[in-house]
Design a protein around this ligand. Sequence first.
Ligand SMILES: [Zn+2]
Ligand SMILES: [Zn+2]
Length: 263
Amino acid sequence: MLLHDSMIHACQARKLMAAGDEASLRYAALEIRMAIELLFYKLIPSYRDELPDDILKQWQPKKIIDAIIDCDPYAEQNSTLTMAVELPNGGHGPAIRVGRYKAVNRKLLRNYYHKIGSYLHAAMVEGHRDLTRMLSFLDAAAARVEECCRETTVISNFGKFHTLQCVCGRKIKRNDHAVQLKPYVRCPNDKCQAVHDLIKNDDDGTKWKLRESEFVCPECKTSSYFGSHLIDTGKNFTCVECSQKYIFRTGLFVSRVEEPASR
Ligand SMILES: [Zn+2]
Ligand SMILES: [Zn+2]
């Protein structure tokens, strides 16, 4: 079973739920929480080239699924993967079903993962917990996890991809669906974070431009261009033409909007 690790935790939760006392149900909630986290972690290898490098520091499933949706807007949909041999005439041979994917999504997090947290904290008001209600909730959460585990036989990330070379040397890979929604890409290298804007997307491919800002030196009137990701208060630079030293200052600038005079 592909999602074996999650299933183990769901089975463990079921055993604890069968005991039925409050402490056992609390531990069952913990097992289900781990099962759900593992469902989300399992997606990471398929998106490794596209996800920010520091994603592994983000242990929260919500951050992981948000980052994955950013790479693939259809990541929350159930899917079936079929493959066929391409024939010389451009057609294809008989399709073979490779596997299917029961999606984990933000709804799963909303309906189960975030609510489970409330069972893992001490009650703020005195009184006994409603164990029947707790058991019924855990049963539904375990069933959702088991459904994912049973029905997912493959996790894939196929699509039309664009690649570009970042200024840091990193090769950036971007799904075309993501490009259609957001015509820019941020370098996944957390030490770089350069932003590239899409300026052309047609049959000949895509063309990207590093997002830059122009600075005209007041001393010699020479233009310098800086990657916008490098501009930060306190950073120094020197004019390439006249060697005048400068320091960046960033801030919030607003202007009054003048209403047209009423007649
Ligand atoms: Zn980069
Ligand atoms: Zn200058």
